[in-house]
Design a protein around this ligand. Structure first.
Ligand code: NAP
Length: 297
């Protein structure tokens, strides 16, 4: 398969690229910074620039595009909505338009978020694909707007909504819950984590496996590609501390009311992965993942 992967220096893009390389797909990577994987073909591009995106599509001639690049810091998106819209919506538009100009033959896989939901499902159960969306934040709204563009793409498309992704990669510009807990606790510092956000944290390797599965199965439509277990950031933080033998009491439970984050977040957004499981997606139990990561790191 000839794959173009955007956001290849990010947590998700790096792992999709790495797994695709191991599976011997022909991969074409892009981000803005330097080459993340020297064995792969790489071209830096700013996706907010239409001409750079057109050149990128011309260069890669992709059969599949996994579009993971985005402005991902939720509070920064709230502070800089125009910039957020440029990176998350306009960039997606440029990619889709460049593919349409080439006949819309490529399969587009767009990485989205549980933050398209407001946390008030009609029934108190994990969200399923097709539940109504009502983002609370600029970030969530920008991802939903980009989803709408993808749904209008005349070729084959899939949207993969994921949540609270964790893991490591050599190229990361930002941390994630795993790294934050390890850095803070190993330095003996306390770390407040939300006990009032119920989510399905996702190991980045599982997500990468799920995204490649969507590509290989030529899946069409909306999918939740998330973790196997329901957790709060606080309960996950405690599990990380316990697995690494760090002081659990340094992780303390806080609430959104107490910390007042810039962007509002849903209190309840676990994602059901039943639909993806029917395709062959098999996320690992959280405790198993943490034990494995603890051995590797
Ligand atoms: N991480 C999560 O918890 C989470 C949860 C739900 C959904 N998602 C979604 O998953 C996707 C990947 O997230 P991530 O955690 O891997 O993000 P990340 O680590 O912040 O990486 C984002 C990547 O996007 C690239 N990028 C951003 N703006 C760009 C632009 N204008 N042109 C070209 N490249 C640009 C960055 O390139 P440079 O590094 O070269 O600047 C970086 O490689 C995103 O679509 C995000 O919305 C993430």
């Amino acid at each position: 398969m000839r794959l173009l992967i955007t956001g290849a220096r990010g947590l998700v893009g790096y792992h999709v690229s790495f797994q695709a390389l191991q599976k011997k797909h022909a991969i074409f990577l892009t981000s803005r910074g330097p080459d993340p994987i020297p064995e792969a073909l790489y071209r830096p591009a700013d996706l907010t620039r239409k001409e750079e995106v057109q050149d990128l599509i011309e260069w890669a001639q992709p059969e599949v595009v996994i579009h993971s690049a985005a402005m991902t810091l939720v509070d920064r998106c709230q502070e800089q909505p125009t910039l957020c819209w440029q990176h998350n919506v306009q960039a997606t538009h440029h990619i889709l338009q460049a593919l349409i100009d080439k006949g819309a033959k490529a399969h587009v896989i767009f990485v989205s978020t549980d933050f398209v939901y407001d946390g008030y499902p009609i029934e108190q159960r994990p969200y399923i694909e097709g539940d109504y969306e009502a983002p609370l934040s600029v970030y969530g709204a920008s991802k939903l707007a980009a989803e709408a563009l993808v749904k209008n793409y005349p070729g084959r498309w899939a949207i993969a909504r994921t949540a609270l992704v964790y893991g490591t990669a050599p190229t990361l510009e930002r941390d994630n819950i795993l790294l934050r807990v390890l850095y803070k606790l190993q330095a003996g510092n306390v770390l407040p984590l939300y006990a009032d956000q119920i989510r399905t944290p996702t190991w980045v390797n599982d997500l990468a496996q799920g995204l490649l599965l969507l590509a290989e199965k030529q899946a069409q439509g909306l999918y939740h590609i998330a973790g196997a277990d329901i957790e709060t950031p606080y309960s996950l933080g405690q599990k990380i501390a316990r697995t690494w033998g760090l002081r659990e009491d340094l992780v303390y439970a806080t609430t959104m009311e107490e910390l007042q984050p810039t962007a509002p977040r849903p209190a309840y957004s676990p994602l059901s992965v039943q639909k993806a499981k029917a395709l062959g997606y098999t996320p690992h139990p959280t405790e198993e993942v943490l034990k494995q990561l603890c051995k590797e790191l």
